[in-house]
Ligand binder design. Structure first.
Ligand code: NAD
Length: 428
C-alpha cells in the first residue's frame, strides 16, 4: 500500500505548502520502511496516523493594546513506547502538516536511539523576532494554557526547537506548575540549569552532530572543509565543535545571509558579530554568499541546521559535499536522497545525526523525576554511548540490507515501534 508519494515535478511542489511537503516526505519514508518490514495495512495506517492532533487559537495582547490571534499546534504522533516527546517551534510558516511530520520523525528517532518515548511536536505560527519579550512570554503562556490538558511529565514533554530557547522552557514550566499548584520541572526539558535543566543540554544536539560526523568521516577531521546552514542553537555550536575537532569551517548562513572564507572562519568572532547585529549578514572578515550557493559549495562536509526541504531534486545534482550530516529535521527531500545516493554522497539522516538533543532531554527528565543532578561528564558519557550505539546499529543495518543510512535508520526506528504495537495489542 502506498501512503503518499511525494510530488516529483516543480509545478506540483509549488502548489503545496512546505509543511505538506515535509509530511509527504515523512510518509514516503515510513512507506518505504513498512514495505521492507512487510507491515500489514492496519499497522501502516496506525503508524501513519497521529494519536492526537490539537490546533488551538492563541490570542495575544500587543504592547499597543491591539489583540492578534495566531495558531498553535501540538501533535502526539505516537505514545506506544512511552510518553510523547518533542520540541516546540515558533516560526511564521509552521502549520499542522509540518508539526505532524516533525512529530513522526521524533517517534522514529526516540525508538532508534533506544529511549522510552513516543514522538510529538508543537508549533506556534508566529515570528518571535517580531514580538517584544513580554509579548513572547504572553504567547508562550497562553499557548501552554491551551495545550495544558495533553502535556505533563508522564504524558508529553516539550523541549526547544526553532525560535524557542531555555527562557521559553522556563515560562512553560512556570505556567504548568502554577496550574498544578506545585513545581513540576519534568514537564519540559531544555530548561535553564537553575530550574532543573541538565548540564550539557544546550550543546547536546551539536555534540551529537560532531560524534556522527567524526564516525562518518573517513580518516582524520584535520583540515576537512565544512559548510553549515543555520547558525542557531544547533548550527553555531556545531560549527564551533567541528572547528575545535580540526575541521576548517569555511561558510555559514542564517536567515539574514551567508558568508564564506576559504581559509576558515573565526567562529567565536562570527558569533560575537551575530550577537551584536542579529545575523551573519555584513560580517566584515568574510565574503558574502547567496543562501543557495552555500549549499552547493565544494566542501567535505555540509551540515544543514536550519529548516526542512532545502536539499531538493533541483539543487541535489549541484551539491558539492561528499558527506551531509543533517543537524536539521527533514532538510533533504526523497527525490534529492535518490540523486545524492546515485552520486555516492553519504547522508547521515536527521533521526540519527541530531538525536543528541533528545538523548540529553531524556537524561534531564530522568534527573528531574529522581530529583537529582548529574555531572557534565556523566551526561556526556551517556550521550556518547547512545549516539555511538545508534550509529553502529544504522551502519550495520545499512550493510546487511543494502539500503541507505536513512532507510536503515527508519527500518530500525519504525520496526521497534511496530514491534511495541504488536506486543501491546489493540484495545479494545
Ligand atoms: P534556531 O531557531 O536556534 O536556529 C535556526 C537557524 O536557522 C537560525 O540561525 C536562522 O537564522 C537560520 N535560518 C532560518 N532560515 C534560514 C535560511 N533560509 N537559510 C539559512 N539559515 C536559515 O533553531 P535550532 O534549534 O538550531 O534548530 C535548527 C534545526 O535543528 C531544526 O530543523 C530543528 O528541528 C533541528 N533540531 C533542533 C534541536 C535542538 O535541540 N534545538 C534538536 C534536534 C533537531
Amino acid at each position: 500500500m502506498t501512503l503518499m508519494v511525494p510530488s516529483t515535478t516543480p509545478a506540483a511542489t509549488t502548489l503545496i505548502s512546505p509543511g505538506r511537503q515535509a509530511l509527504d516526505s515523512a510518509l514516503f519514508q515510513l512507506d518505504q520502511a513498512a514495505d521492507r518490514l512487510h507491515l500489514d495495512d492496519g499497522v501502516r495506517t496506525m503508524l501513519a496516523t497521529p494519536r492526537r492532533s490539537l490546533t488551538v487559537a492563541v490570542p495575544v495582547r500587543r504592547e499597543d493594546g491591539r489583540m492578534d490571534v495566531v495558531q498553535g499546534f501540538r501533535v502526539q504522533h505516537n505514545t506506544t513506547r512511552g510518553p510523547a516527546k518533542g520540541g516546540i517551534r515558533f516560526h511564521p510558516s509552521t502549520d499542522i502538516h509540518e508539526v505532524t511530520a516533525l512529530a513522526m520523525w521524533m517517534t522514529w528517532k526516540c525508538a532508534l536511539v533506544g529511549i522510552p518515548y513516543g514522538g510529538a511536536k508543537g508549533g506556534v505560527s508566529v515570528d518571535p523576532a517580531s514580538l517584544t519579550t513580554r509579548e513572547l512570554e504572553r504567547v508562550t503562556r497562553r499557548y501552554v494554557n491551551e495545550i495544558l490538558p495533553i502535556i505533563g511529565p508522564d504524558k508529553d514533554i516539550p523541549a526547544p526547537d526553532v525560535g524557542t530557547d531555555e527562557q521559553t522552557m522556563a515560562w512553560i514550566m512556570d505556567t504548568y506548575s502554577v496550574s498544578a499548584g506545585y513545581s513540576v520541572p519534568g514537564v519540559v526539558t531544555g530548561k535553564p540549569a537553575a530550574l532543573g535543566g541538565s548540564l550539557g543540554r544546550s550543546g547536546a544536539t551539536s555534540r551529537g552532530v560532531l560524534i556522527a560526523t567524526l564516525k562518518a568521516l573517513p580518516g582524520s577531521p584535520e583540515g576537512r572543509t565544512v559548510a553549515v546552514q543555520g547558525f542557531g542553537k544547533v548550527g553555531a555550536p556545531a560549527a564551533r565543535r567541528l572547528a575545535d575537532a580540526g575541521c576548517r569551517v569555511v561558510a555559514v548562513s542564517d536567515a539574514t545571509g551567508a558568508v564564506v572564507d576559504r581559509s576558515g572562519l573565526d567562529i567565536d568572532d562570527l558569533r560575537a558579530w551575530v550577537k551584536e547585529t542579529g545575523g551573519v549578514y555584513g560580517y566584515r572578515h568574510a565574503d558574502a554568499l547567496s543562501h543557495d550557493d552555500l549549499l552547493e559549495l565544494d566542501v567535505d562536509v555540509l551540515v544543514p541546521a536550519a529548516l526542512e526541504g532545502v536539499i531538493t531534486a533541483e539543487n541535489a545534482p549541484r551539491i558539492g559535499a561528499r558527506l551531509i550530516v543533517e543537524g536539521a529535521n527533514g532538510p533533504t527531500t526523497p527525490e534529492a536522497d535518490r540523486i545524492l545516493a546515485d552520486a555516492g554522497t553519504t547522508v547521515i539522516p536527521d533521526i540519527l545525526a541530531n538525536a543528541g538533543g533528545v538523548i540529553v532531554s531524556y537524561l534531564e527528565w530522568m534527573q528531574n523525576l529522581q530529583a537529582c543532578s548529574w555531572s557534565a561528564a556523566e551526561v556526556d558519557a551517556k550521550l556518547r554511548e547512545l549516539m555511538e550505539n545508534a550509529f553502529d546499529a544504522v551502519t550495520a543495518m545499512s550493510a546487511e540490507r543494502g539500503v541507505s543510512l536513512r532507510q536503515a535508520a527508519h527500518l530500525i526506528g519504525v520496526g521497534r515501534v511496530a514491534e511495541a504495537h504488536r506486543l501491546r495489542g489493540l484495545h479494545p
